[in-house]
Write a protein that binds this ligand. Structure first.
Ligand code: HEM
Ligand SMILES: *[C@@H]1O[C@H](CO)[C@@H](O)[C@H](O)[C@H]1NC(C)=O
Ligand SMILES: *[C@@H]1O[C@H](CO)[C@@H](O)[C@H](O)[C@H]1NC(C)=O
Ligand SMILES: *[C@@H]1O[C@H](CO)[C@@H](O)[C@H](O)[C@H]1NC(C)=O
Length: 476
């Protein structure tokens, strides 16, 4: 372990050394009167990477904000950064001046996901792909998926209630993956689904590993799995190209796409966007669901109230098929607020990255061209000015709408999450069946947080699920 850590930090050290020289050269070019934001760049070469990695990252950001205010500079992984912790600044970067900033990811990660995935892009290509994705995940489309999402939810829940202790986060990931596959492909042959699942799980294991093409490393295995995913996706596309079905899923929309000049999308562009959507959809939704379980377990009174709301739906709304409809999912105000509050408190996407494409002045401070810019969602969601006693889990705070731009769990502006309606819908469906037909107990401690890299309770929240024996209208 020690050796690995040493190698890791030496690499960070070397890479930051190079960028330090670029950084120094650039600094001399800026002739504006505006000054850099306050903050420390850490030791000249390493920046503050060590602190960020050795402390709880949330403590790191929060203590910076306390010391320097809502806008401060630092250096992460060798890149000079400006961090922004106010709603106005986040809006400036993501919405009103979004054209001055571009998304930025390491090349090694782009390669794993696929360089044509929409979130790496700006301009025309991004706008076109985004329109496609948004139309495939609009409420009008996703509401028709409810019966299929219910099937996935019920079979997941049944599989958890077999007496074994489960890792909640892992199980939620499987659920979110299957809903992702459903929303992308519609009905898909189980053989394909399994091949996608196996290869995708190899892919994601290398995502946060050191990028090297040396055989035997996690990153290399990941790249190989990515290639196999392309094969599987080509097979599926070829099959679908033959059958010209009129269905409303993302793959169909991408296959039918033609721009003004009659250009279509290549198989590669389609594949990259499919993997991109699976990537954006899985761990985010799964970690939020895991936190919901944790927050409800910690507050038995609230849990009873939410169960009451869900049981009332079986009692008064279930038809002969005993299944959910769209309008029933709109009658769950408390459950919905539990979801909103979990998104706030857990803030699983704590921040995002952009890069300044020109020198920019904001509030008298200079953000130099090429610097990374990080809107800090979590700091905004945990600011007592906007959310009183922010460490309390209080769904009732959402009885009043939050102040404008202070609640952004799905981001904001042209890159805001196009999957947010689907994410909330699949959470409501799973919670409905979980709260009316099952109970659970946590196993072992759950108060520490683990970063995977999304925050989740330690060991993914170990739990035992039990099917409720009582018969009432909620049961089949
Ligand atoms: C609770 C679950 C989710 C959370 C918290 C979440 C959050 C976010 C956030 C904060 C962004 C913006 C990132 C940025 O501006 O840099 C984003 C983008 C995105 N999300 Fe989600 N997301 C969730 C679920 C989903 C689902 C289920 C899907 C797809 C079905 C999805 C697809 C996407 C895509 C494609 C983008 C990129 C959009 C673009 O660049 O134009 N997300 N998400
Ligand atoms: C699914 O695919 C497998 C192998 O490609 C094939 O044998 C099977 O018949 C397919 N099932 C359906 C329902 O199409
Ligand atoms: C991955 O995909 C290939 C098809 O390209 C398939 O043969 C294989 O079973 C899948 N799973 C694994 C673990 O490689
Ligand atoms: C019950 O399900 C059947 C078959 O899936 C469907 O035809 C029918 O319309 C449903 N009835 C109600 C009241 O939703």
């Amino acid at each position: 372990m020690k050796l690995l850590a040493t190698i890791f930090y030496s690499i960070i050290f070397l890479s930051s050394l190079f960028s330090y020289y670029f950084f120094r050269k650039e600094k001399r070019l800026h002739k504006t009167r505006a000054k850099l934001p306050p903050g420390s760049m850490g030791w000249p070469c390493i920046g503050e990477t060590l602190q960020m990695y050795t402390q709880d990252p949330n403590v790191f950001f929060a203590s910076k904000q306390k010391r320097y205010g809502d806008i401060f500079k630092t250096q992460i992984l060798g890149y000079p950064c400006v961090m922004l912790a106010s709603p106005e600044a986040a809006r400036f970067v993501l919405v009103s001046q979004a054209h001055l900033f571009k998304p930025t990811y390491p090349k090694s990660k782009e390669k794993l996901i696929g360089p044509s995935a929409l979130f790496f892009h700006t301009g025309d290509y991004h706008a076109r792909m985004r329109k496609l994705v948004q139309s495939s995940f609009s409420p009008e489309v996703t509401r028709k998926l409810i019966p299929e999402i219910e099937k996935i939810a019920l079979s997941s829940l049944e599989s958890w209630a077999n007496g074994q202790v489960i890792n909640t986060f892992h199980e939620m990931k499987k659920f979110a993956f299957e809903v992702g596959v459903l929303s992308i492909f519609g009905q898909l042959n189980k053989t394909y689904t399994n091949k996608l699942k196996e290869n995708y799980s190899i892919l994601e294991k290398g995502y946060n590993c050191f990028p090297t093409k040396l055989p035997g490393t996690a990153y290399h295995r990941s790249l190989m799995a990515r290639r196999r995913l392309n094969q599987i996706l080509s097979e599926i596309m070829n099959e679908r190209k033959e059958k010209k079905l009129v269905t409303n899923n993302l793959l169909r929309h991408m296959l039918n796409f033609k721009d003004e000049k009659g250009n279509t999308l290549s198989d590669e562009q389609i594949a990259d966007n499919i993997i991109g959507v699976l990537f954006a959809a899985q761990d985010t939704t799964a970690s939020v669901l895991t936190w919901i379980l944790k927050y409800l377990s910690d507050d038995p009174k609230l849990l009873d109230m939410v169960k009451g709301e869900q049981k009332a739906i079986c009692e008064s709304e279930y038809g002969e098929n005993r299944s959910l409809t769209w309008s029933m999912t709109r009658k769950m105000p408390l459950t919905y607020r539990v979801i909103l509050e979990s998104l706030r408190k857990a803030s699983v996407i704590s921040f995002t990255f952009r890069e300044a494409v020109v020198d920019i002045e904001y509030e008298g401070y200079l953000i130099p061209k090429g610097w990374k810019v990080m809107p800090l969602f979590r700091n905004i969601h945990h600011n007592p000015e906007f959310f009183a006693e922010p460490e309390n889990f209080d769904p009732f705070r959402f009885e009043n709408p939050p102040k404008p731009n202070t609640y952004i769990p799905f981001g904001n502006g042209i890159h805001a999450c196009p999957g947010n309606e689907l994410a909330k819908l699949e959470m409501l469906v799973l919670l409905h069946h979980m709260l009316t037909k099952f109970r659970w107990e946590l196993v072992g401690p759950s108060d520490l947080v683990q970063y995977s890299p999304f925050p989740v309770p330690e060991q993914g929240l170990r739990a035992r699920f039990i099917k409720e024996p009582t018969a009432n209208k909620c049961y089949f």
